[in-house]
Design a protein around this ligand. Sequence first.
Ligand SMILES: [Zn+2]
Ligand SMILES: [Zn+2]
Length: 165
Amino acid sequence: MEPFEDESIDTTREHEQLRRVRPSWDEYFMRIAHEVATRSTCPRLAVGAVVVRDKRILTTGYNGSPAGMPHCEDVGCLIRIVDGRESCQRTLHAEQNALIQAAYHGVSVRGSSIYCTHQPCLMCTKMIMNAGIEEVYFAGGYPDPLAVEFAEEGGLSMVRFAPGE
Ligand SMILES: [Zn+2]
Ligand SMILES: [Zn+2]
């Protein structure tokens, strides 16, 4: 490449640096899942999910109330004990919202992968399986042995992926 006449606008070095830190596809989609999670409306936990096929994002979701209903951050969480653990019942889970958004817009998620900031719970795992999603990548949190068991039995790949750890 020809050197720039004006050195102050020469960004060659910056591009070199950018290339070095360029994330893999898995890192890229997981980072986006974390970004999506920042839209969560439940102060207990911010969860994000991104559904991807052929390196294209099909849909995203974060945990939050159904449309038109009040948010946890305004009226407080609605805590119940479910499966022996405290959970907020006001919100739909990030994975559920991602699948619902796909349905709402008529997008098939069959044969896709889902990137989640947290390990999907049992209900989400079952929904992911029946939506035809084939792989789950999760960064951490909320281990649910039964969900893992279901995934194994049903042939759903569930892999922990936490770059930079
Ligand atoms: Zn809540
Ligand atoms: Zn869930």
